[in-house]
Design a protein around this ligand. Structure first.
Ligand code: SF4
Length: 339
């Protein structure tokens, strides 16, 4: 079977429990005003390195998950050569891992846009780790044949092994089976030597489910379990395209879900607390998004002002990134996968 990379779930869970509890919601405007200032202006002379970057190059998606926090507010996608220029700038600034996300990244040009960036990052930029997060519904075997060798990790989102629950969440396109896709992609990953990951969002509709049996059967290298997150302007608040409040679960419910799955060795939990500022997020214009205030504050684009100037406004918490095990074995060459 596949070996789980470093990052022990038991230890992560302990860290999670000892994390300070939040007494209030974190979408208050007052807090936003206090919190939002460039990292470089807060006396930190230390240079922030964009070691691991999540590039949400499109906001378009064929699914309608009720809690989606990167919604289709624009249909903009950079020309592929501009996206490559930005990726090169990031590489020169120290990037080691890129994750392509959306929206649904396989939607643009039926996966050709994504494939071209994946190949560029591995072949031209020699990035140690190239990964994708997808809902899995649009991936074809021909994509793996063409680009599989350039990809380290493919993460597919799955919140439930009950098709009706997936429908309720909106994690579906029409009545097509999300689960059939998941199993098919898992076998392609094995065939084309791409590490397979699963991402799940614990929400009001799946919070009582026991997914252990299916996860063990699918045997991902990592099963990342997130707590449903509210982001002002995305899935909460007046200007949002989604209203995710009915999906939210308490910290206690999230911990119960983790306890129920404590026997699953590849589980890596991620609470709201850990998730909020420990990712470097680039939007479709290659602007860093600062989530510290509860919404998403964009920086200038790295294509206009360069990485160093833009990253000051990213709100990135490097310590939290390291604490949540953000740096793990992320290259398939180092993973000692037993295919
Ligand atoms: S799959 Fe769901 S959560 Fe992901 S981008 Fe699409 S609608 Fe949003």
């Amino acid at each position: 079977g596949l070996q789980p990379p470093v990052g022990l779930p038991a230890r992560s869970r302990r860290a999670l429990r000892s994390a300070p509890r939040r007494k209030h919601g974190w979408t208050s405007a007052g807090r936003a005003a206090r919190a939002w200032q460039p990292s470089c202006a807060r006396g930190s002379s230390r240079k922030v390195t964009p070691t691991s970057v999540n590039y949400h190059f499109t906001r378009q998606c064929n699914y309608k998950c009720g809690f989606c926090f990167h919604t289709a507010k624009t249909s903009f996608v950079l020309p592929v050569e501009e996206a490559k220029r930005g990726l090169r700038l990031l590489r020169e600034a120290g990037m080691e891992k890129i994750n392509f996300s959306g929206g649904e990244p396989f939607l643009q040009d039926r996966g050709a846009f994504l494939g071209s960036l994946v190949q560029f990052c591995k072949q031209d930029l020699h990035l140690p780790s190239v990964s994708i997060v997808s809902n899995g519904s649009l991936i074809r075997e021909s994509w793996f044949q063409k680009y599989g060798e350039f990809l380290d990790i493919l993460a597919v989102s799955c919140d439930s092994f009950d098709e009706d629950t997936n429908q309720l969440i909106g994690r579906a396109q029409g009545r097509k089976s999300h689960l059939q896709n998941l199993y098919r992609i898992r076998s392609w990953c094995q065939q084309y030597r791409v590490a397979f990951k699963i991402n799940s969002v614990v929400n009001a509709f799946n919070v009582d489910e026991d997914m252990s049996e299916h996860i063990v059967q699918l045997d991902p290298v990592r099963w990342k379990v997130f707590q449903c997150l509210l982001i002002d302007g995305e899935n909460a608040g007046q200007s949002a395209l989604r209203e995710a409040r009915r999906f939210v679960v308490s910290d206690r419910q999230f911990e119960d879900f983790l306890d129920r799955h404590s026997g699953v060795a590849c589980l890596v939990p991620e609470s709201n607390e850990k998730m909020r500022n420990s990712y470097l997020i680039l939007d479709e214009y290659m602007r860093f998004l600062d989530c510290r205030g509860g919404g998403k504050q964009p920086s200038r684009s790295i294509l206009d002002v360069g990485v160093k100037a833009a990253i000051c406004f990213s709100g990135f918490d490097e310590k939290m990134f390291l604490r949540r095990g953000g740096k793990y074995v992320w290259s398939k060459a180092d993973m000692k996968l037993d295919w």
